[in-house]
Design a protein around this ligand. Structure first.
Ligand SMILES: Nc1ncnc2c1ncn2[C@@H]1O[C@H](COP(=O)(O)OP(=O)(O)OP(=O)(O)O)[C@@H](O)[C@H]1O
Length: 287
């Protein structure tokens, strides 16, 4: 008997991908104190230094999947996202994408001296919408961003959260083959987060693939069905969200992992709700 044929469509294939940055100066990664020391002692500027941010990553993403990229600071999540978006070329290995990836990051390019309104128009045109489509979606985008009258002010008058919300509202107004989201959801308030999570679920239904970089495991739990755990530029685990998040918490936050285990255990027992309600302090302490 032959193996069953996988009918899902692969959208992103990463094949032993390495991504590196070239930084000028021997002291480039050692922070301000060394830079100051160099300035003070007037030593000459040393040559290029390489930062090997992603060190051999392999995975296949499928149509309809929402994948959370998790990992501690500096583990290579944003770099990998930039690689998938085509903004960084692998120094070794290859990334294949089926369709056009759209990167929505905290640094996604909008023009800060222009108003939110102008940026909506430009952003939508840049994503390939016709002027009629832009007009049709304009009000929805303003409303979704929830930034009210600020929409007519230049974006440099926005808080970073407002900017991120507008960027998310623009980018998610169109169905993307591959939508890459870098921390955007962490910046909104609870209400905006809920709406964004719903929007991501809609985008998934439209058969796209969503990658989400987030430090909030809660957001990943809510939004993603698969998680990839990066540590020091390597994949430590790739699988169902719950399993990966549990293992991640076990390593990085054992107290919280224990709390979640207890919560799940309690939820399985009859009368669990009553007991959970009687112990709000335990939840707060671990939470
Ligand atoms: N533009 C850059 N130039 C040089 N090195 C960089 C650059 N961007 C990131 N790095 C380095 O690459 C490594 C991975 O960084 P990256 O931003 O991808 O990690 P991350 O997991 O997204 O981190 P965080 O959770 O803090 O956002 C780090 O060592 C970082 O210092």
């Amino acid at each position: 008997m032959t193996d069953p044929v996988d009918e899902r469509k692969p959208t992103v294939i990463a094949d032993d991908v390495h991504l590196t940055y070239k930084v000028s100066g021997k002291y480039a990664k050692r922070g301000g104190a060394m830079a100051l020391a160099r300035t003070v002692t007037r030593t000459s500027t040393p040559g290029l230094r390489e930062v090997h941010a992603v060190r051999g990553v392999t995975f296949t993403a499928w149509e309809g999947e929402a994948i959370g990229l998790i990992g501690p600071n500096g583990s290579g999540k944003s770099t990998l996202l930039r690689g998938i978006a085509g903004l960084l070329t692998p120094s070794a290995g290859a990334i294949y994408t089926l369709g056009e990836p759209a990167l929505l990051g905290v640094n996604a390019a909008l023009i800060s001296t222009m108003s939110g309104e102008r940026n909506i128009t430009l952003g939508c045109l840049a994503m390939g919408m016709t002027p009629e489509e832009v007009e049709e979606r304009f009000d929805d985008i303003c409303e979704f961003s929830g930034i009210g009258d600020f929409i007519s002010l230049p974006m440099n008058a926005y808080s970073s959260g407002m900017g991120a919300r507008l960027r998310f509202a623009i980018a998610s107004s169109k169905a993307h083959d591959i939508l890459l989201i870098d921390e955007a959801l962490a910046t909104g308030d609870a209400e905006f987060r809920r709406r964004s999570e719903d929007r991501i679920k809609e985008l998934r239904k439209e058969a796209g693939t969503v990658f989400l970089v987030s430090h909030s495991l809660g957001v990943v739990r809510e939004t993603c069905d698969r998680a990839i755990w990066l540590e020091d530029g390597l994949i430590l685990m790739d699988g169902a969200t719950e399993e990966v998040l549990d293992a991640y918490e076990e390593r990085h936050d054992p107290k919280k992992a224990e709390f979640h285990r207890q919560q799940r255990g309690a939820a399985k027992k009859p009368g669990a709700k009553k007991r959970a309600a009687a112990k709000p302090k335990a939840a707060k302490a671990a939470g």
